[in-house]
Design a binder for this molecule. Structure first.
Ligand SMILES: Cc1cc2nc3c(=O)[nH]c(=O)nc-3n(C[C@H](O)[C@H](O)[C@H](O)COP(=O)(O)OP(=O)(O)OC[C@H]3O[C@@H](n4cnc5c(N)ncnc54)[C@H](O)[C@@H]3O)c2cc1C
Length: 454
């Protein structure tokens, strides 16, 4: 049986990084992938999604151009062209992932992998391999949600990327970032979209004020929301589908997209035979160095359900390889996570929410700017941006940044650097503005909108 120092299961963000770095450290590495190299992010997540977001935003740009003197013939959009070009780019990236692994000396094993014991992995073709260490980086998949009649008529985020044409009417079920991003793409490309939210607000876990602002902006630009509603059944109807809601309402649609969260890919991996128990969400519990309860078996990325984002999976994979093969034990900090929601308008956030900050910082100052960006004065766009900073009055430390509007994802990346450097409000005040920009509001907010004294 062929022997390795490391077998990685899963060729996504975390697995590929871990395999390459371990090989660079001199380890003999194999990586098993059952589908396409690159994983969720490259094949059916971040990358193809962002390309769709770019495509969708032209719709607004064309409209706004008139305010700047442009006259355009009615623009036409062709879904098939976009899909073909997007799929070609994804295939190109997949090829790069493969060749990078090859160049690093990683042996690629094609097929589904199962653990037989602490050192042995079986592939779906019957071949078996052994390694001193095994890394599980199998990611997550769309949650199926409650079993309702007709659920097989709905698609999930994977199905979204396979859609052969733009549906005329879409019902999106879910209120997480994936549901909202895909809803905005479909709506801007021309579909009539209704978003069904089980609770009373979108984006659980984000800053409340940011959530409200973003939701109002999306509603303002034509997305329809129905709150406090569940789907009871989906049925075929003449010319499309019918969605029956729990209050008896029936929605006619052409497509139902369910984005109800994601579940870790752990079933059928053989974890039970190894004595690795899963947590309540079905994820693999690990320690600070990503080791499972079984020595020599590690797990990184979405399968551990810590912070389910590509940069975190990459960082965990890298830290694992440095720890086990590079002689430099590295823990990953899961606390300061800059991130973006690529809705239109988009949201960018980093640090504590106001609700979180208040639990530990009773003297909290909230700085807020709500304004129409300069471009809107001529474009006629009536949406408003939100930039919000949370500052601990006792130490002057900036604790959080929450923003809605164009390019706020890009802002979150840079504010993330400032927060990593433990920036104070005084440091922001001392920073000269870049004028005229929207981001300059960050360094020109003088008076708190709210002064909490708990
Ligand atoms: C629609 C969508 C949009 C997203 N947008 C963003 C975004 O904008 N920014 C961001 O940071 N994150 C985004 N994410 C999340 C991001 O894609 C994940 O956090 C990231 O891909 C996790 O990486 P991973 O290595 O843990 O798993 P994955 O990338 O999911 O890779 C796991 C791999 O393991 C393979 N596999 C599973 N089981 C086996 C087995 N038994 N044998 C062999 N192979 C197996 C799978 O085929 C897959 O290729 C998005 C996700 C989705 C679904």
């Amino acid at each position: 049986m062929e022997q390795f120092d490391l077998i990685v299961i899963g060729g996504g963000s975390g697995g590929v990084r871990a395999a390459r770095i371990a090989a660079n450290h001199g380890a003999r590495v194999a990586l098993a992938e059952e589908y396409r190299m690159g994983g969720t992010c490259v094949i059916r997540g971040c990358v193809p999604k962002k390309l769709m977001v770019y495509a969708s935003r032209f719709a607004q740009e064309f409209e706004e151009a008139a305010g700047f003197g442009w006259t355009l013939d009615a623009p036409r959009f062709d879904w098939a062209t976009l899909k073909a070009r997007r799929d070609a780019e994804v295939a190109r990236l997949e090829g790069i992932y493969r060749s990078n692994l090859g160049n690093a000396g990683v042996q690629i094993l094609e097929g589904r992998a199962t653990l037989l014991d602490r050192h042995t992995v079986a592939l779906s073709n019957g071949e078996c391999y052994q390694a001193k260490h095994i890394l599980i980086a199998t990611g997550a998949q769309p949650a199926r949600g409650p079993d309702i009649s007709g659920h097989e008529l709905a698609i999930d985020s994977n199905g979204f990327f396979d859609l052969p044409a733009l549906p005329r009417r879409v019902v999106v079920q879910g209120a997480g970032y994936i549901a909202l991003e895909l809803a905005c793409v479909l709506q801007l490309l021309g579909a009539k979209v209704t978003v069904l939210v089980r609770g009373e607000q979108i984006l659980r876990g984000f800053d409340n004020e940011m959530r409200q602002h973003l939701q109002a902006e999306m509603a303002h630009s034509g997305l329809q929301f129905r709150f406090g509603r569940e789907v009871q059944a989906i049925a075929r109807a003449q010319g499309g589908l019918q969605v029956q809601l729990d209050n008896g309402d029936v929605l006619d649609t052409d497509c139902v997209l369910r984005a109800l969260g994601r579940v870790p890919n752990t079933s059928g991996l053989g974890l039970d035979t190894l004595g690795i128990a899963l947590d309540a969400q079905g994820a693999i519990p690990v320690d600070d160095f990503s080791q499972t309860t079984v020595p020599g078996i590690y797990a990184v990325g979405d399968v551990t359900n810590r912070v389910n984002l590509t940069p975190m999976a990459i960082r965990e994979g890298h830290a694992f390889a440095d720890t086990v093969f590079g002689g430099t034990p590295r823990r990953v900090d899961h606390t300061l996570v800059p991130t973006a929601v690529f809705t239109t308008p988009e949201a960018g956030v980093v640090g504590l929410t106001e609700e979180q900050a208040l639990k530990t910082h009773p003297h909290l100052d909230v700085y807020r700017a709500v304004f129409r960006p300069l471009k809107a004065t001529l474009s006629g766009h009536t949406g408003k941006m939100l930039l919000k900073l949370l500052v601990d009055r006792d130490t002057d430390r900036v604790l959080g940044f929450h923003a809605v509007g164009p390019d706020t994802g890009e802002m979150a990346q840079l504010v993330g650097v400032a927060l990593q450097l433990q920036a104070t409000k005084a440091a922001l005040d001392a920073t000269l503005a870049v004028h005229p920009t929207a981001a300059e509001e960050l360094v020109t907010m003088r008076t708190p909108a709210v002064r909490h004294n708990l």
